[in-house]
Design a protein around this ligand. Sequence first.
Ligand SMILES: NC(=O)c1ccc[n+]([C@@H]2O[C@H](COP(=O)([O-])OP(=O)(O)OC[C@H]3O[C@@H](n4cnc5c(N)ncnc54)[C@H](OP(=O)(O)O)[C@@H]3O)[C@@H](O)[C@H]2O)c1
Length: 241
Amino acid sequence: MTLADRYPWPATGKWLRAVMVMTLIGADAGPDGRTRSISCETDLAVLLANRVLADAVVIGAGTMRTERYRPLRVSAVQRDLRVQAGRTPAPQLVVVSGRGELPWSDPVFTESDLPVLVITGDEQPPPRPSVGVEVVRLPGGHLPAEAIVTALTARGLLRITCEGGRSLLAGLAAAGLVDEWALTVSPLAGSARYRLASTWSAEGFLFTRFTGSPQPPSVADSAPPATSAPAGSVGAVNGQQ
Ligand SMILES: NC(=O)c1ccc[n+]([C@@H]2O[C@H](COP(=O)([O-])OP(=O)(O)OC[C@H]3O[C@@H](n4cnc5c(N)ncnc54)[C@H](OP(=O)(O)O)[C@@H]3O)[C@@H](O)[C@H]2O)c1
């Protein structure tokens, strides 16, 4: 099973998928303030695979200021895949910002193939013009989540992968606009790393046991009362960027 198979998109209509990783103590970034330090290669592959057939990759300004996204590049194979699937040749990077204070001279703004779409309010002066930016100004400062999503769907951006952060996602979730959560649980708790011992689910909850090294007790010692969530191997990454 490929990652594309694990993260399918519906054939029609708006679908907003939140893609996040968090640690055992609920941190969304490591001590360096970056997501990469709580992530792994497979988690990165999941993030990238979700972009391949998405119309829009949406992030909040805090994530842009911290993670300093680079231009989203699409390979020739990915472009063909997208066009065959009826999508645009490349996903649209979208940044949501109230204050419009973004690292405008970063390559993501100056060297992207597609202008970055910045959705912002009209209470601040418009962000400084740049060739690599398209600005959509909506009424207000802190924008209603519905208005953000409507600005996307009105442009035909229906498959939306939102890569965080928490503030943006909290607003989208509160408005009932998140259709799917692709949540990775990192085995880290601060600087300690644990080992996944078992997972099971009941009542729509996922239950996990992470244990310290060296050897966790056998999973058979704690028979799950309901369905087991398979750990499974991860398939080939489709079109990693
Ligand atoms: N673990 C993960 O998967 C993951 C994913 C992404 C980010 N992160 C981490 O999360 C941290 C950043 O988190 P965060 O919560 O500050 O980030 P965020 O949600 O990316 O950004 C918050 C900012 O986005 C803008 N914003 C969000 N909702 C808005 C709305 N409804 N209307 C107008 N503007 C809106 C505001 O920008 P202005 O300030 O410009 O007004 C707000 O300050 C970083 O450390 C990053 O590394 C982790």
